[in-house]
Ligand binder design. Sequence first.
Ligand code: MLT
Ligand code: MN
Ligand code: ZN
Length: 315
Amino acid sequence: MLVRILGSAAGGGFPQWNCNCAGCQSTRAGDRNASGRTQSSLAVRADDGSWFLVNASPDVRQQLEGLRDGKPLSVRSSPIAGILLSDGEIDHTAGLMILRESDEPLQIYGTNAVRQGLTGGFSLLRVLKDYCGVNWVDIEPGSKVSLSNNLTNSLNNNDNSGLNVNGLEVEVFSLPSKPPKYMRSTSTVEGDWVVGFTFRDSGSVVTYAPALSELSDSILERFDNSDCILVDGTCWQDNELLALGTSTRTARAMGHLPLSGESGSLTLLSKLSCKRKIFTHINNTNPILIANSPERQIVEKAGMEVAYDGLTIEL
Ligand code: MLT
Ligand code: MN
Ligand code: ZN
């Protein structure tokens, strides 16, 4: 399996347009220890299969350029066979609008709650209907979706797409959920607003959870049974944004377990025996983004990695 981190920053990116925190200032100043990062997204494929996009960030146009390889087969072709959404947050969905030029309906996998969000509070799906259209596939915790089967079906209708059939399966798992801000005032939709994904091909298992508010035993066990985990690295400290005066909410209140502290994610994750353990969806205020910071040393000493844009993981 191949996984490519397309965007390793949380919503806002690094630097964020209206932020002057120490990290954002360093990256603007060209500090080589503070590489810029685009917003949260990754791509996954089986060894000889087609790429699937996991979350569509507002930076998707430049991110997809990184997936182009080989000679194009026709004047128009998509580098991705479908899009999986782990939640309906704006940093994970606004990029769908950028994909409206698609020649074919976008193949999107998401929960029923997320579909309602993208129909109501943030009506992307209504708008896309009048552009490329959408084939929405409802997924829910416990669903196992063979991405190759869906691809085979779409290939039958489209002989010149240039996409290969692959053997990639995704299992959807439940995570503690909160609706996006845009749904909180107008809707009481309960449901799976946030899920995680476990990808499997013939040889490997990769688990992705960019919004993790707690580490239950069952999630830790799932992680431990994976070759590679890609995990929420939003904030170093619970009160990071409060201390800077940039938010009134703690990381936990935003649905993101901080890394540091006794009950932080680093302590628990460092005990797992996966081959690769990688933090991604990292907020611009998190000092682990700075390559020579003490916090980065702590993460690396604990056997974990900090994602960067373009990081390709081959398993
Ligand atoms: C999150 O990850 O919690 C969201 O992206 C925050 C937001 O954009 O409001
Ligand atoms: Mn986010
Ligand atoms: Zn900042």
